[in-house]
Design a protein around this ligand. Structure first.
Ligand code: SF4
Length: 639
């Protein structure tokens, strides 16, 4: 039964309602590309802005005052000037979303939970949010706003139908700090006609794709062009879900790009059957699509059949990828291990396929069961779900699925090894060669800042290639050798992507063995001895704690630190974090004077580079000056 009542006409209240919309921090994942952002694009803080929140903002009454904060690019205020705090999130953000909901609710704010995970698992927000928005929000959100003004807010707003995308307004791009992201997002369609067993998209958005009109897309593109956005990601889960409309869109985009001298480099996601249609591929090229993400998943036909991925069984997958290259379009792809037909032999097969295909942005994931999907239901009935592992990030080396063809340990160890093999200099260079061999003329791009491109290339050479020593430098030269210079930018982009993926894999999929754990403990003990040579034992209390496969160094700051103590600690910690990727740090802060706080900043600031491995635990009184967009901050109860 729908909890939604018909719209009421209401007079705007005298004071505008203050709505704060928050995008919670993502834990570092494959998609963070943190190394590339930090080393190559320091002015950027994240890849994509929160398009869903910008759409919700556009659905909000114009007399309300709306602010969007993205914790991935900025710190969140602990006590914001707001009447309502709405927090969105995907499964991977669920933990942080819950922390934020609990925090703001405990301070008396009216809290609203939304986003894709609230739609999949609304029960996990009960007692955390005053209101939960389930399903698409184009009709339910205006209803919530209207009910808020008449004080009749309900606990759950559930969209039972599929909305007509013509009802979806132009997102409030003006509320986003687009200059801090590498790529702006835009959406043309929702829904996918296929039915892969593990996928939640048909469940969330249906199997009959719905689309916006070309005029709607045009308005959104004009809004992005007005603020000089260069890169645009069509976030559609399958842009060719409705082929006739996709063709119309591509024609429209080609005309738009030509008319404005190709302002946008475009990217999107599509199903593999696109590769079998050369005419459609040509339309993608003419529209300015520089890359397409494909869900290849696996080259194993039994596993594809098991997953219901019929569209991947119709042709040769290697040939499909090369068809994209021939049109000058790069391919990113998702791969999955852990299907019932997978065994320990699957890892080598996958390695060979990925290297031959030349796919550099190869998102390797462990098969993960998302609530309510067909896979989740099947595995639940077979007793093959691990309840201790949340179904968030499938690239973090853990999954809630108990495999059939190998043990859990064989699967996770094989997965980490496969990642490491793909990150070797030789495997990176070999993939580039296998790609460039087939790559056609690159997609046209309009005016680009030449000096910016040169700066980027210089940074990549200095911080990525030469810093990797002779082995990486010669692999880099080999990756370019014999190919025409117009293709070198494709190779440079691949190196940037590959080094970011490598940095992620080193930090998150490193140590797995017991000896490694012992080695880590030894490294941390050495650090502690060295630090104690410089500091009195009263300033800092240091402990080691095992943290799963990692080792956590706990630093308890006792009162005020001196500036020199902060500097020495930061210097040694940087060295430790650099050389021991499986070490994490928890900094525990107690009360501190203004001077002591400045010194703590002096300790934390040089560690920003390693922020994803640092947790800061602080008394509530200290929280307001800590930057939660950089470090993971948690509140500890005052003693
Ligand atoms: S083709 Fe992609 S979006 Fe469609 S159901 Fe399969 S995995 Fe999901």
């Amino acid at each position: 039964m729908s909890l939604i009542s018909p719209m009421r006409q209401t007079e705007p209240p005298a004071q505008p309602v203050r709505l704060l919309l928050i995008n919670p921090r993502f834990p570092e994942s494959f998609w963070s590309f943190r190394w590339a952002l930090q080393e190559l694009l320091p002015a950027k803080r994240a890849l994509n802005p929160p398009l869903g929140l910008a759409t919700v903002a556009a659905l909000t009454p114009s007399h309300w005052q709306v602010t969007i904060l993205d914790e991935n690019i900025e710190a969140l205020p602990l006590e914001p000037e707001a009447d309502i705090v709405g927090i969105g999130g995907m499964a991977v953000q669920h933990r942080r979303q819950c922390e934020l909901l609990a925090h703001y609710r405990s301070l008396g704010y009216r809290t609203v939970a939304g986003g894709s995970y609230a739609s999949l698992s609304p029960n996990s927000y009960v007692n955390l949010a005053d209101t939960i928005i389930v399903g698409e929000s184009e009709r339910t959100w205006p209803q919530f706003c209207s009910d808020y003004e008449t004080e009749q807010v309900q606990a759950v707003y559930r969209e039972e139908d599929r909305i007509n995308l013509a009802e979806s307004p132009t997102p409030r791009f003006d509320l986003l700090q687009l200059e801090r992201y590498t790529t702006a997002s835009i959406q043309f369609s929702r829904g996918c006609p296929f039915q892969c067993e593990f996928c939640d998209i048909p469940l969330l958005f249906g199997r009959r794709p719905r689309t916006k009109s070309l005029d709607q897309v045009g308005r959104e593109l004009e809004a992005l062009r007005a603020v000089s956005v260069n890169n645009v990601f069509f976030v559609d889960d399958n842009l060719i879900g409705h082929q006739p409309r996709a063709r119309a869109l591509l024609g429209y985009l080609a005309e738009f790009q030509r008319r404005h001298n190709y302002p946008f480099a475009l990217g999107t996601e599509a199903s593999v059957n696109l590769a079998a249609d050369p005419e459609l591929l040509g339309l993608f090229r003419n529209a300015g699509f520089r890359w397409v993400f494909l869900g290849i998943e696996t080259p194993d036909t039994d596993s594809l059949a098991e997953a219901g991925k019929k569209q991947n069984l119709k042709g040769d997958l290697l040939e499909a990828v090369q068809n994209f290259y021939r049109h000058g379009i790069d391919v990113f792809s998702g791969f999955i291990v852990g299907f019932d037909h997978d065994t320990v032999a699957s890892f080598s097969r996958l390695y060979r396929f990925i290297v031959h295909s030349g796919i550099q942005v190869a998102m390797l994931g462990l098969l993960t069961a998302v609530p309510r999907t067909a896979l989740y239901r099947r595995l639940e009935s077979e007793g093959r779900l691990r309840r201790d592992i949340p179904p968030g990030d499938n690239t973090g080396g853990k999954t809630n699925v108990i495999p059939l063809g190998m043990s859990y340990a064989e699967m996770t160890t094989g997965y980490a090894r496969l990642y490491r093999r793909l990150c070797s200099n030789r495997a990176i260079a070999a993939r580039i060669r296998n790609k460039l061999r087939h790559f056609g003329k690159t997609v046209p791009l309009g005016h680009r800042n030449r000096s910016e491109a040169l700066t980027l290339a210089g940074r990549l050479m200095l911080r990525g290639i030469l810093s990797g020593g002779l082995g990486r430098t010669s692999a880099f030269l080999w990756s370019l050798a014999g190919f025409r210079p117009t293709l070198w930018p494709v190779a440079m982009r691949d190196w940037a992507h590959a080094l970011a993926i490598r940095a992620y894999a080193q930090r998150h999929l490193g140590a797995t063995e017991a000896e490694e754990h012992e080695r880590l403990r030894h490294t941390v003990q050495q650090f502690i001895r060295r630090l104690h040579r410089h500091l009195s034992q009263q300033s800092l209390e240091l402990r080691t704690e095992p943290a799963g496969r990692r080792m956590c160094l706990r630093i308890i700051v006792q009162g005020d630190l001196a500036a020199i103590e902060a500097q020495v600690t930061a210097r040694l910690l940087r060295r430790l974090l650099k050389h021991a990727p499986a070490v994490t740090v928890a900094v525990q802060l107690r009360e501190a004077s203004a001077h002591g706080r400045a010194c703590i900043n002096g300790l934390l600031e040089p560690l920003r580079h390693y922020a994803d491995r640092i947790t800061v635990e602080a008394n509530r009184s200290l929280l307001s000056w800590l930057d939660s967009s950089v470090f993971r901050i948690t509140a500890v109860t005052e003693q």
